[in-house]
Unconditional design. Structure first.
Length: 162
């Protein structure tokens, strides 16, 4: 299981670097907040993995990223609606991030099935849930940027008058 923990630590370290870079390059306030939130989540994941790796019996804090991002989105929705067309590099960053989160989810699900202890298995299962939440947030953001009008009608349950 040591190999899985080392791989997970490397994945989280890489994700932190990617999201920090994405936050720095993204011009939109919502994008910056979203990527900064992911940095915070990935740093928390990294600390939990390092604790397990060192054999520290610390309590793990699990959150649902989708709950915190909803507040950020609600606060910035009006400014997002003013920017209908996203820059291609922002959408590209979202695509890469979605791929990373899917790979992370797949890795953590497989690692949980092979975990050497119930504690490690539980950690990997919880990390898979959080990675899946990140994917969902990224996908929803991509859909918003790709087709704002349709997204708004679906997500906000817009009324079409005719």
């Amino acid at each position: 299981m040591k190999d899985a923990l080392e791989t997970a630590i490397k994945m989280e370290t890489d994700a932190i670097a990617f999201y920090e870079g994405a936050a720095g390059r993204t011009s939109h306030p919502f994008g910056k907040e979203m990527f900064r939130g992911f940095v915070k989540d990935e740093k928390r994941h990294l600390q939990m993995l390092r604790d397990i790796f060192r054999g520290v019996n610390a309590e793990f804090e699990f959150i649902r990223p989708k709950e915190s991002i909803k507040t950020v989105f609600s606060d910035l929705k009006d400014s997002m609606m003013q920017r209908i067309k996203a820059l291609e590099d922002e959408k590209g960053a979202l695509k890469i991030a979605m791929e990373m989160e899917k790979e992370g989810y797949d890795f953590y699900k497989a690692a949980a099935a092979k975990a050497g202890s119930s504690r490690e298995g539980e950690l990997f299962e919880r990390l898979a849930v959080e990675e899946n939440d990140h994917f969902a947030i990224l996908n929803e953001t991509y859909e918003f940027l790709d087709n704002t009008g349709q997204w708004y009608m679906y997500e906000e349950r817009g009324i079409v008058e005719g």
